[in-house]
Design a protein around this ligand. Sequence first.
Ligand code: CMC
Length: 431
Amino acid sequence: MSTNAQLRLDDKDYSLPVIRGTEGEKAIDTRKLRADTGYIAYDQGYGNTGSCESAITYLDGDNGVLRHRGYPIEQLAEHSNFGETAYLVIYGELPNATQRKQFGDLLRQHAAIDPQMQAILQGFPKDAPPMAMLSSLVAALAAYYPQLATNNFEADLKNFDLAAAIAISKIRTLAAMIYRYQNGLPYIPPKDVPFCDNFLQMMFSELYKDYVPTAEVSRALNTLLLLHADHEQNCSTSTVRMVGSSAANLFTSLSAGICALSGPLHGGANTAVVQMLQSIHDEHDDGTRFIAAAKSGSKSNRLMGFGHAVYKNFDPRAKIIAKACDDVLDKLGINDPLLAIAKNLEQAALKDDYFLSRKLYPNVDFYSGIIMRAIGIPVNMFTVMFAIGRSPGWIANWREVAANPKGRIYRPRQIYCGPVKRDYVPMAQRA
Ligand code: CMC
């Protein structure tokens, strides 16, 4: 196997080192390309660029493989829960009983939100987008915990365990508070119960009566969050790494990740899927209109929940979530017409040459919204749920950046395509 790649440019030969990952992934190291040749590597959208070395998640998009710290997502979904998987993603190993208890205790101890921060929430319009509120409130954590957010890697890493627990626990609590605020409901303080049950109680309890989730609902939420725990160098995670590479603290970097997640091509897709299914339902359509529009090639008419930047065969999370969706609806005795529409749409698209030839299959978002509806989560909170789930992955990636002694600030280059040099034109001479 080659250890170097040979490159011939302008009649000169160059040798570029080859890097290999533990799963056999191969890369040509182009770090010195510009210094040696005057050329840069051009890769719009970084689709073929390895921006880092990472030991967190392995993803093989051609074969539908997803593993966290070596553990297949299918095994984690079957045997683990969100809290344990969060620990694994962040710390690299499944926790033993003591570690699991300490981590759980830390999450519970830091679940509550400072009354002053609650006042920030009150300052938002009630109908503000929940992701806008969440990103602002997470950025504000840097102001409430300045000792954990010094913008100095060494100092911030010393307090990492605490900052990580605060971030995961409070993102969850803030999500519930945003929901309560938008619906004019009083806040329900966190309780001494497991992570997902705590969230469900803070969301759905009445003032003097606790909502107690059934085991099925609790399990469904755990599966949903666990399936989102990390996903390699996606748009929001790369954003967290990029912001973190400037030595920005964990909370600030997470806030940037939440902003990146909010777009409809990334985390916002789960909302768009349910809106699409609802529209098909309301119009008594069979999906033909959406499929035809999606084939037009316009970005604004895409079949939401279909296609993936890296999975070109199937999204392993989609398989798990489709089954979890059937299970939870069955156990809760819910007959959601949107599930039937989703299945019909999937069947129709999977017979259509447009989707087959472009390797467009359902992604994790295609069914996640239906689970959330079954649990009682409103559509405008779907992307916030994704943010709760993705927080361990963002945190683990920030830590890798902060702890990398050879790390450098993310600073891609570009090919400039604007006007060439020209002289300033005074106002009177302008057309
Ligand atoms: N519906 C219709 N056509 C599509 C779709 C779609 N959902 N996705 C891609 N295409 C077409 C696209 O128009 C292009 O066609 P052509 O070759 O004729 O120009 C071809 O397929 C390749 O598309 P691409 O833009 O190169 O694909 P990408 O890998 O850059 O985009 C994507 C990936 C996820 C942004 C895209 O598939 C998409 O917009 N899907 C819908 C949004 C969605 O479900 N997003 C959630 C992703 S999973 C959650 C997450 O991890 O963020």
